[in-house]
Write a protein that binds this ligand. Structure first.
Ligand SMILES: *Cc1c(COP(=O)(O)O)cnc(C)c1O
Length: 481
């Protein structure tokens, strides 16, 4: 299995070669040269597998340069009920991503797929926990080390820290705006006592943190000497790890071969639903892939009109489903590559248009007319929809969902088809978004037992002015490089 760039760069790479990297050398994204195919006999045989062994079966088709025994050990170490322990009472934690039936609506069984039972209560743990183990393994094999630098306003940073804590050969330097995160988020990150995790609380806002990360990364000599890397959402291993739970969700929602299932995905950078697209291209019987956005509706606009129009910072709203507040979708290029029949020249032109003209229109070329062949439909949701949906699910089914999942349920309900199971991906647990839960239900969200009282734990962090040189000095002192 070799990987190529969406923009045509020739020099096929192996999985291990692209594991630690980001963009391809020509600015494109890596994709396998072809998608491995899964037959319906294989799918049926997978019904009896644990999540870890299912992950092995799927991942081994994408990374044939890691010995099978090693890969199986990595998936078994990652996907355990102890790591994914925060499921709702009554859910089967042995499934890792338990499927919960809400009810039948318009003749369609409506389900939640619980992807948020990991250490940070959001679906990013599903991929990031594997990434931590894969990175540690690959760095040890190559005799290298890696210093991950990132900026966070809450969610991504904590998933990275919980994935990399205690990993040999890896340090994490995570910048966050001092006193701007919720008490819960702050406690989640700052209570980590692992010596390889460094929380830097910057006296400024999130944009200051991001500017510092950019400035450090643009100092190429410093970056190389300090072995600085990132773990952003375009990382291929993150995308492929997410493919696994579409298979798991399908297996849990069906009883036999060929049955179709639709998935609804609360979307931001298009990483999650891109994994669904790949599962469908591999032969998983997916009917619809429903893209749900919030008020930041770049993707909904594209799937309705064929026009992709990225937003400016001033047009990007801060919403109550903040992990979907994006102005452009960094993984979208991977899907567009397949939509234009893998024509790298055409793809490169389209994304040059994104940079120079702010977007592109696929109507005149006839490419947009093919969108239904790929199963995609979409919808958008607002704060009012989230609050109403959280209330409705609480009273109708006795289930409390978070704001992102509420966007998903709202949009899923607009695309139900009698007889076809609709699986909404639960991308976070409500404990993380207490303000909106209080607004909707007039009470605090349930908190998994492992999070009781975390605000009272001792915290380990460094407060620093928003100053690039000071941050560089801090990194150099702690890496000793
Ligand atoms: C990151 C995130 C999303 C968006 O996922 P993408 O892969 O960026 O589309 C949705 N919900 C939650 C809770 C998230 O953390």
């Amino acid at each position: 299995m070799k990987y190529q760039s969406t923009r045509g760069h020739e020099m096929p790479q192996s999985f291990s070669e692209i594991l630690l990297g980001g963009l391809a050398p020509d600015g494109g994204l890596f994709l396998p040269q072809r998608y491995p195919q899964v037959s319906s006999e294989e799918l049926e045989a997978w019904r009896k597998l644990s999540y870890a062994d299912l992950a092995f079966e799927i991942l081994s088709r994408f990374c044939d340069d890691i010995p099978a025994d090693d890969l199986r050990a990595l998936t078994r170490k990652t996907y355990t009920p102890e790591v994914y322990c925060n499921a709702r009472p009554g859910d089967n934690t042995a499934d890792i991503t338990p499927l919960r039936k809400l009810g039948d609506e318009n003749g369609a069984p409506l389900y939640l797929l619980g992807l948020s039972n990991g250490p940070t209560l959001a679906f990013k743990d599903m991929a990031m926990q594997l990434l931590g183990n894969l990175f540690e393994y690959a760095l040890a094999r190559a005799g290298q080390e890696l210093n991950i630098l990132g900026a966070t306003s809450g969610d991504t940073g904590s998933a990275a820290e919980y994935a990399m804590r205690g990993k040999r050969g890896i340090r994490v330097f995570m910048l966050s705006p001092h006193r701007k995160m919720s008490a819960f988020q702050t406690a989640q990150m700052f209570s980590l006592q692992d010596p390889n995790i460094f929380n830097i609380a910057v006296e400024g806002v999130f944009d200051d943190c991001q500017d510092i990360v950019k400035a450090v990364s643009n100092d190429h000599a410093f970056k190389a000497r300090q072995k600085i890397g990132t773990v952003n959402s375009i990382n291929w291993a993150r995308v492929v790890a997410q493919v696994v739970y579409y298979f798991k969700g399908w297996l849990l929602a069906t009883t036999g071969p060929g049955q179709k299932v639709s998935f609804c995905v609360p979307s931001g950078n298009f990483g999650n639903v891109c994994a669904g697209h790949i599962a469908r291209m591999m032969g998983l019987p997916i009917d619809r892939l429903v893209v749900a956005t919030n008020e930041n509706d770049v993707l909904d606009e594209f799937f309705r009109t064929g026009v992709y129009r990225v937003r400016k910072a001033a047009e990007t709203f801060h919403t109550s489903s903040p992990s979907m507040d994006i102005s452009k979708a960094s993984n979208f290029e991977r899907f567009v590559f397949d939509l234009v029949d893998r024509d790298a020249g055409r793809l490169a032109q389209l994304f040059r248009d994104v940079d120079t003209k702010g977007g592109f229109d696929l109507n005149a070329s006839g490419e947009f007319a093919r969108i239904r062949e790929f199963g995609f439909v979409s919808g958008r949701s607002t704060h009012g929809d989230r609050v109403a949906t959280i209330r409705d699910l609480s009273s109708r089914y006795g289930v409390t969902i978070d704001t992102h999942t509420a966007d998903g349920v709202k949009v899923a309900r607009e695309h139900l088809s009698a007889g076809t199971p609709m699986v909404v991906l639960e991308t976070a647990l409500p404990a993380k978004f207490a303000d909106t839960i209080r607004e909707a239900l007039g009470r605090e969200p349930e908190r998994p037992a492992s999070f009781e009282g975390i605000e009272a734990l001792p915290q380990r962090f460094e407060v620093m002015p928003a100053d690039v040189e000071l941050v560089k000095g801090f990194i150099a002192r702690h890496t000793g490089l």
